[in-house]
Design a protein around this ligand. Structure first.
Ligand code: T4K
Length: 370
């Protein structure tokens, strides 16, 4: 029996990729803002409907660069995320301060953030978890009132819109992931979205070791550049994006239909919403379901279905973060509850109907037997 993974990257044909590799071989420009990278950056901006994009080697570096650009010393963020969110704060030399999340969006709650603001707070790093938009209006108001900039970790939010506009235009900057497991990928990669050319210039400088010309390095930077080989993959994947999102939409509808009658199984993301990107299929395993979330996770694994508990444990319970003064004394009840109940089911465009039926039938059967 084949294993069914939570994510599976879509791929262009080897021939299409080889055709772009031919150009790279003949030019011998492999990195440092080559022609494919520049074309990729322009096409990403156009696809997303955002003014400025800086493509980077991955979202973790993108987050670090965004935080370096702001120069924050203390950053308020969520404990309910992939560890990269909090790692980036520490790697940028800042102190993470955690606040609880909203029970519906599963993203940072602006009211909880406000309670954590101190004179040292330099930025808010909010995550659009599973591509569900944060309370953008709440953060906009908070940012205007306090002058504290908001950065969005939009690793999951490629192509997500609200009222017809990209949510990536909110806040000071948004950071995307183009990792292989995402809706849109370039194997490894990411991007920083910003609203003005001057900010983009500074971001690009930080991404290139802080070098602004051959003899000038006025800021400390790093290497966050994407290679031409990754840009080639990204360019081809952009062409595949509408088909991938449409295929995921069909998978999501089948889950919604197949799991509708299973008591205690509750989908978290919308079904059939053209503004959502169907990045993941997280469900809540509620008390009416006879198995706990962890028991369901283990039972599915025994059947070769590798669902994932994103995000468990909370970042604040991970060894790298639980010894901070704040996390030793404070709990985050809403985030804790979400972390104990969420399970992400396999979702990708070419998930076969047979494989998806295996997932649905297993959850339904375990729900009957307990
Ligand atoms: N912020 C947020 C909110 C994030 O979720 C992430 C990353 C980041 C920031 C940082 O973005 P990057 O710096 O990575 O660009 C995966 C991804 O590696 C990670 O990118 C992602 N979030 C996170 C939620 O999931 P793992 O350790 O769970 O991945 P892994 O290797 O277990 O892959 C999951 C499944 O996908 C595997 O069981 C099989 C399948 N798979 C995976 C890869 C890599 C494939 O079929 N092919 C592949 O190439 O972190």
């Amino acid at each position: 029996m084949n294993e069914i993974y939570v994510a599976r990257p879509s791929l262009p044909s080897v021939e299409e990729y080889a055709a772009l590799l031919d150009g790279i071989w003949s030019r011998r420009i492999l990195t440092n803002r080559g022609p494919l990278l520049q074309q990729f950056e322009a096409e990403v901006a156009e696809t997303l409907g955002v003014p400025h994009v800086s493509v980077v080697a991955n979202a973790t570096l993108g987050l670090i660069v965004a935080l370096m650009e702001i120069g924050a010393k203390e950053v308020i963020t969520t404990p309910f995320s992939f560890v990269a969110t909090a790692n980036s704060i520490r790697l940028a030399g800042a102190k993470p301060v955690f606040a609880d999340i909203d029970p519906v969006s599963l993203s940072l709650d602006p009211a909880e953030v406000e309670r954590k603001i101190t004179p040292e707070t330099g930025a808010i790093l909010a995550v659009h978890a599973y591509g569900l938009p944060c309370d953008i209006d709440g953060f906009e108001a908070l940012s205007q009132r306090t002058g504290i900039p908001v950065i969005y970790d939009a690793a999951h939010a490629f192509a997500v819109r609200r009222d017809g506009r990209s949510i990536l235009n909110a806040g000071r900057m948004s950071v995307l992931s183009f990792h292989a497991t995402k809706v849109f990928h370039s194997a490894e990669g990411g991007a920083i979205v910003c609203q003005d050319a001057e900010t983009k210039r500074r971001i690009d400088t930080i991404c290139n070791h802080g070098i602004s010309d051959e003899t000038t390095t006025d800021v400390v930077g790093m290497n966050a550049k994407m290679s031409e080989l990754h840009a080639a993959m990204g360019l081809l994947q952009l062409r595949n994006l509408p088909a991938e999102i449409a295929a995921r939409d069909r998978v999501v509808r089948r889950y919604a239909h197949g799991l509708a009658g299973v008591p205690g199984i509750r989908p978290i993301c919308p079904t059939g919403d053209p503004e959502h990107n169907n990045y993941a299929y997280p469900i809540f395993v509620d008390p009416e379901y006879p198995l706990s979330r962890d028991a369901l996770y283990a039972a599915l694994r025994q059947r070769g279905i590798i669902a994932r508990r994103y995000f468990h444990p909370l970042i604040t319970d991970l060894g790298a973060f639980r010894d901070l003064p704040q996390t030793q004394v404070e709990r985050f009840p809403v985030a804790q509850s979400a972390s104990e109940r969420v399970l992400c089911l396999p979702l990708y465009g070419d998930l076969s109907q047979d494989d998806q039926n295996r997932v649905i039938d297993a959850i339904a059967e375990l729900g009957r037997k307990g």
